[in-house]
Ligand binder design. Structure first.
Ligand SMILES: [Ca+2]
Ligand SMILES: [Ca+2]
Ligand SMILES: [Ca+2]
Ligand SMILES: [Ca+2]
Length: 379
């Protein structure tokens, strides 16, 4: 495929832009020779001279009558020239007389085509798509772009730059070497901030009126496991009644990992030898901290529960969080008297302050008697 893009020129511009140098190479041509008597009259025809250009499709010859200056063969451009196709044309101009066979003389004509800046730089690739790992060190080469320009000299020398329409954020992160086309990292590449960039680059020649080509470079950022899971306790009762049934929720634990894919996949765990465990919820990132067994305040009234979170990245990152849970005493049942009503008899003439009777009360659900109240009222 032809990798060439040429700026169209109107014919007038083109003719003005081309300078043709004609080198007449004297001494290489044969000469037309005539022998004629010195007695001939003025106006005697010496010979019929015809000019002829060798077969070519680029130039033609026209003979113009210039009056006193005689008839002059003029070389005319027949169709647009292109230095990038042929920078030199060699022609042969032949003069011949009317004899049979004709006598001929020829002249070599060399035409050098001078360059005008009519080719834009062309990138070697139609599209640039590359990947870049996040946190790439400053100076890392993302990709090297290349553009060529068919013109000559400075018209064909290419310099690279970032597009003027690029946003400031991308300008802060990427740079391009104007001479080599190396696109390098000059800022922090953070996948969590942005996972792809489309940057505009330009290739310009150094012509007096430079020609410029734009191209996009798509940069896909590859995630690295650079974020540890975060554990957040979203709903938490620091105290749990000791009579809580197994499966009672103590707290909701939310885990979040900013990375993606396996780097952001988190496994939560807790120590096995405690009466608490983590249960999944309908949301992947939220776990319930629940009681596993009945609690016994007499045995342990306080727990420091550590939740571990580890992602599946390579290498994995982890974090932990400890919450304190107090097992609270239960006192939500009214004590009941053992007998109700109590009936007792009292003999007269008691000393004030003498114990006359005792009553018992207890919580029904518990065999242990917690309160024994002793009181009596007198009329
Ligand atoms: Ca050019
Ligand atoms: Ca050119
Ligand atoms: Ca990451
Ligand atoms: Ca992670």
């Amino acid at each position: 495929m032809e990798q060439r893009r040429r700026v169209p020129r109107r014919l007038g511009q083109y003719l003005a832009g081309c300078i043709i140098t004609v080198l007449l190479l004297s001494g290489v041509s044969a000469q037309l020779k005539y022998s004629i008597s010195e007695e001939v009259n003025e106006g005697t025809v010496v010979g019929y001279i015809q000019y002829k250009l060798n077969q070519n499709d680029q130039f033609r010859l026209e003979v113009k009558d210039k009056g006193d200056d005689g008839k002059i063969p003029i070389l005319i451009v027949l169709k647009p020239l292109d230095r990038e196709t042929a920078k030199k044309h060699s022609l042969v101009l032949t003069a011949m007389d009317g004899d049979k066979p004709p006598k001929t003389g020829s002249m070599n004509i060399q035409i050098h085509i001078l360059d005008v800046n009519d080719n834009v730089p062309v990138f070697s690739s139609d599209a640039y798509s590359v990947t870049l790992r996040e946190n790439a060190p400053l100076g890392t080469t993302v990709v090297q772009v290349n553009a060529t320009d068919l013109d000559d000299g400075t018209n064909g020398e290419v310099i690279y730059s970032l597009g003027k329409s690029m946003n400031q954020q991308a300008l802060n992160i990427f740079d391009i070497n104007p001479l080599t086309g190396d696109i390098t990292v000059k800022g922090l590449i953070d996948y969590e901030e942005r996972d792809k960039y489309e940057i505009e680059i330009e290739a310009s020649d150094k012509g007096i009126a430079p020609l410029t080509t734009e191209k996009s470079v798509n940069i896909k950022i590859i995630d690295l496991n650079d974020n540890a899971p975060e554990i957040e306790v979203t709903s938490f009762s620091s105290s749990i009644p000791e009579d809580s049934r197994p499966g009672t929720t103590v707290a909701l634990i939310s885990v979040n990992d900013l990375d993606s894919g396996v780097n952001g996949k988190v496994i939560c765990s807790m120590s096995e030898d405690i009466p608490f465990s983590l249960a999944p919820t309908i949301q992947d990132t939220i776990f319930s901290l629940v009681t596993k067994y009945p609690l016994d305040r007499e045995k342990q009234s306080h727990y420091d529960l550590t939740i571990f979170a580890k992602d599946a990245g390579q290498p994995p990152l982890s974090s932990e969080k400890t919450i304190s849970v107090v097992v609270s005493d239960v006192n939500d049942n009214r004590p009941e008297f053992v007998l109700s009503p109590y009936t007792f008899y009292l003999s007269e003439a008691n000393e004030p302050g003498t114990s006359v009777f005792s009553v018992k009360a207890s919580w029904t659900y518990r065999p242990t008697v917690h309160i024994i109240a002793t009181f009596i009222t007198t009329k």
